[in-house]
Design a protein around this ligand. Structure first.
Ligand SMILES: Cc1cc2nc3c(=O)[nH]c(=O)nc-3n(C[C@H](O)[C@H](O)[C@H](O)COP(=O)(O)O)c2cc1C
Length: 373
């Protein structure tokens, strides 16, 4: 049987009805100052839920220290848990499945996001180039982060563990560890940002240790069927580099494969140009085909896919499911549109981050346009 985007797929203990996954998408529309999801966020996710469809909810900080941008949601207070419950219930009511992406941004934070005004933390004191969104959407240069002490690492692992417990309390079907795009776990993986000399730096085994320690803790908390991991091998988003990306990523992916996690989620480096410009998709060194042999479980792949390239990847077996980002922002009924080969709404980049309904809950669904139910 030839596989397609609309073939079923088992992820963890869930039977997905199709393989059109909603990628994690930061939209900076949580409440302030509580960083909690609210009714508008529940409406947005409900619009994008489908029966048997997998949604990976946006990157969600596990602590104030892990927060990197204005109005991103958290999963470390009771107010946030109760906000997420409304989101999860709305998705479940439509028969959808939802994992929460757990996020500590490390050096990509800014002291203005921390109630105590403390500096961002990272593997080493290496400042990212460029500017970020500080509190109140103010553009500010990045700060030089403080290198975490070896003795502080257990408390970072605790933050992930507690967030996973709260995600379960909120009703999520699982969690996705954000180990991609230059955030904290990635800052430990890559030697451009990790100059440590303790057991979390130096060799490949040491640089992968935080990723694997956190993954093991999440597995202990939730079981492997409820834990996914997202990585961006060869990615340069957020000023990242490594002297030998193939070796560190192959080692980490094989170690994740041995742990029998629910899925591995890879981002194709063709989106390196950043999500601020349209990427050049003409020269895609495919990390999906490169690492497919290293991971035994389900592989979700993301980054610049069209329906045609997604179908080709699934047919060829280089991906088991495709996560769509920008197309899902603009098309709440993307799985349906792809099933019937309908044209897609174009996305509106200026409304990606911040604001309210505009560019968030006002993209039309096909059924509504046609006046059907
Ligand atoms: C507005 C926006 C927000 C994003 N937020 C996240 C995020 O929270 N976590 C993450 O891992 N990736 C994030 N990404 C990356 C997407 O998940 C996805 O990998 C990327 O958009 C490429 O897929 P696409 O070409 O289908 O858009 C974001 C991308 C965009 C455009």
């Amino acid at each position: 049987m030839t596989l397609s985007l609309h073939s079923p797929l088992k992820i963890g203990n869930h039977a997905l009805a199709h393989r059109v996954v909603m990628a994690p998408l930061t939209r900076m529309r949580a409440s302030e100052p509580g960083a909690a999801p609210h009714a508008l966020n529940a409406q947005y996710y409900a619009q994008r839920a489908s029966r048997g469809g997998l949604i990976i909810a946006e990157a969600t900080q596990i602590s104030w220290q892990g927060k990197g941008y204005p109005r991103t949601p958290g999963i470390h207070t009771e107010e946030q848990v109760s906000g997420w419950k409304t989101v999860v219930n709305a998705i479940h009511q439509k028969g959808g499945i939802v994992f929460l992406q757990l996020w500590h941004v490390g050096r990509i934070s800014h002291s203005s996001h921390h109630p105590d005004g403390s500096l961002p933390v990272s593997a080493s004191a290496v400042r990212p180039a460029g500017e970020t969104f500080a509190a109140g959407f103010k553009r500010m240069p990045y700060e030089t982060p403080r290198a975490l002490l070896t003795g502080e690492i257990p408390s970072i692992i605790e933050q992930y563990d507690r967030a996973a417990a709260l995600a379960l309390e909120a009703g999520f079907n699982g969690v996705e560890l954000h180990a991609a795009n230059g955030y904290l776990i990635d800052q430990f993986l890559q030697d451009g940002t990790n100059h440590r000399t303790d057991q979390y730096g130096g060799s490949i085994e040491n640089r992968a240790r935080l990723l694997l320690d956190v993954t093991d803790r999440l597995i202990a908390r939730l079981g492997p069927a409820r834990v996914g991991v997202r990585m961006s091998p060869f990615g340069s988003v957020n000023d990242m580099r490594d002297s030998d990306p193939l070796s560190i990523n192959r080692f980490a992916i094989e170690a994740l494969s041995d742990r029998g996690i629910a899925y591995l989620h890879l981002i194709e480096p063709r989106v390196n140009a950043g999500l601020r410009e349209d990427p050049n998709i003409d020269a895609p060194p495919s990390v999906a085909s490169l690492f497919r042999p290293s991971f035994a479980g389900p592989l979700i792949v993301s980054g610049g896919f069209t329906k045609a390239t997604a179908e080709a990847g699934i047919r060829a077996g280089t991906a088991d499911a495709i996560a769509f980002g920008r197309a899902f922002i603009a098309n709440p009924d993307l799985p349906y549109r792809m099933a019937v080969d309908a044209p897609l709404n174009p996305y509106d980049r200026p409304t990606f981050y911040g604001g309210a309904e505009k560019g968030y809950t006002d993209y039309p669904a096909l059924q509504v346009e046609q006046g059907a139910a």
